[in-house]
Design a binder for this molecule. Structure first.
Ligand code: ADP
Ligand code: MG
Length: 506
């Protein structure tokens, strides 16, 4: 690792998951307004943003040695987490999924997906080996901001009512047989300590959620109680992390899938592990001898090239010192890091002229899809970049030079994120290969990818794939396929609900 990366990583030792609490955001705005009053005189004559950009690029660089260090540290943290709870950054949570979909699953099942930005309800009709997925139908609702800071009952009532209205619209042909309940696979994408396939305790909220009263509770019980309050008689037969759902969904079509990674609002990864490679199980076995481990890799923090902007964002977040990897590579945060850089450039180097627009100092105004739209602007004079800067952060006029600088800043942050995500993936593959030579690099191995960031941001995707190829080298790269599995987690959760159905014919 480069010395700058090492020192940045050391300084970030006490880092983690960021969304502003409303109070922190207001305080930040006040501090900013005060600082601007005293700095206003010097901005006109300020220098170009070049030095800040170059310093940013230097600090965010993730050359091969940094990637290698991150991959090695990821593999080492995985081992520590498998040895004992609390032994490292990675929780390495048991999924209680020890048999993967076979293709024989049949019947009507539901999936409920609570991610970070949206929640989805999905109905899947499974037709067994020949017909596979006969039909799917889904509805998606975005989660109102105030529910992220509300009570457990408010959040789960909102979810249950969405589910109730979805079911209420169904035609008769979807009604369950007399005496049977509709069964759900509940995809819940926050760190949960599973206690069985259909129960698990929330460890903590991430991705900006600060719902009171949920940590320490069984989220299936929370949902079941909310469904009761809605008069909805459904049964959760599988509680599934979104990565686990993605792996199960992708594996349904392709036996070579071994790892699944989510890059959306947040990030996480899971993989198939041998039971005898999990010391903390103390010899416990399952029929297949294998299980899916949910790494919760968002909490990883070793050797990351971080900047003052990352550290400030972390300090002002509702979970300082936590989820550092997630804060560096996932969709919720990339836009915010860029906003912080632009704010400094606007203030110190008059990037947007004499004044700094108020909106630019409001946390989380600039979002990752905005970065993506700006980076993909191919118009003369970068008109789209100008429009976004105007609409989103209130920059009335921007020179072509300034727009180009903005794109370079986006690219720097997105490149770092994509490359570090790639290094994380290689860390997992490396750990699996070390345990069983040839398991990964001796044959075709598929990494199933999903999440809005991976799906919609081509530059991010390419940086990720480049980093994987650089780390693996030509020979091993030939065997590793990084593949997008769209909405695999929904189908996967429904498949796991089917596999764990109360009415399953045995
Ligand atoms: P979740 O993670 O909430 O389950 P998704 O997987 O749909 O949901 O991911 C949504 C996230 O993906 C958004 O928060 C955003 O960061 C990112 N995203 C969505 N659309 C785009 C886009 N066009 N470009 C870049 N990132 C995007
Ligand atoms: Mg999701």
């Amino acid at each position: 690792m480069s010395p700058s990366a090492a020192s940045a990583a050391a300084a970030a030792g006490s880092f983690s998951n960021l969304a502003p609490s409303p109070a922190a955001a207001a305080a930040a705005r006040r501090r900013w307004a005060a600082a601007r009053c005293s700095a206003a005189g010097g901005r006109v004559a300020a220098a170009s943003a070049g030095p800040i950009l170059r310093e940013l690029q230097r600090r965010c660089a993730a050359p091969l040695p940094v990637l290698r260090h991150v991959a090695d540290a990821m593999a080492a943290d995985m081992r520590a987490g498998l040895a004992g709870d609390g032994a490292g950054d990675l929780k390495m949570i048991l999924s209680y999924v020890d048999s993967l979909p076979t293709g024989n699953e049949k019947g009507l099942f539901y999936a409920l997906d609570l991610g970070g930005t949206n929640f989805r309800v999905l109905r899947v009709q499974l037709g067994g080996k020949d017909q596979r997925v006969v039909d799917t139908e889904f509805e998606q609702v975005s989660i109102p901001q105030e529910l992220m800071y509300g009570t457990t009952e408010e959040l789960f009532d909102f979810i249950a009512s969405g589910l109730a209205s979805f079911v209420a619209k169904e035609s008769e042909k979807f009604h369950p047989l007399e005496g049977r309940k509709r069964e759900i696979g509940f995809t819940f994408s926050f760190p949960v300590k599973q206690t069985s396939i259909d129960s698990g305790i929330l460890i903590k909220w991430t991705k900006g959620f600060a719902v009171s009263g949920t940590a320490g509770k069984d989220v299936v019980a929370c949902l079941t109680e909310a469904m009761k309050r809605q008069g909805l008689d459904m049964r959760v037969s599988a509680l599934v992390n979104d990565t686990v759902g993605t792996l199960a969904g992708a594996r349904y079509w392709d036996d070579d899938v071994m790892v699944a990674v989510i890059l959306g609002t947040g990030t996480n990864a899971c993989y198939i592990e041998r039971m005898d490679a999990i010391p903390k199980l103390q010899g416990l076995q399952t029929g297949s001898g294998k299980t899916i481990i949910n790494t919760e890799w968002g909490a990883f923090s070793t050797g990351l090239p971080l900047t003052e902007f990352d550290k400030d964002m972390d300090n002002e977040s509702i979970n300082p010192g936590e989820q550092i990897f997630e804060k560096t590579i996932s969709g919720m945060y990339l836009g915010e890091i860029v906003r912080r850089v632009l704010l400094k450039m606007a203030d110190v180097s008059a990037l947007f002229g004499e004044s700094v627009p108020d909106q630019l100092s409001v946390p989380f105004t600039l979002r990752t899809p905005d970065l993506c739209a700006m980076q993909n602007d191919s118009s003369d004079g970068l008109k789209e970049v100008g429009l976004i800067l105007n609409d989103v952060v209130g920059v009335k006029k921007s020179s072509l030079e300034a727009r180009k600088t903005v794109i370079e800043v986006c690219d720097t942050i997105v490149k770092r994120g994509g490359r570090l995500a790639g290094a994380g993936i290689v860390g997992i593959l490396q750990k699996m290969e070390e345990d069983s030579k040839g398991l990964i690099f001796g044959k075709r191995t598929v990494v199933a990818m999903d999440g809005g960031l991976y799906e919609h941001y081509p530059q991010y995707r390419n940086y990720l794939k480049d980093a994987v190829a650089e780390l693996l080298g030509d020979e091993d790269s030939k065997h590793v396929v990084i593949e997008h599995t769209k909405d695999g987690s929904g189908i996967g959760a429904a498949l796991l609900a089917a596999a764990n159905s109360k009415y399953r014919e045995r």
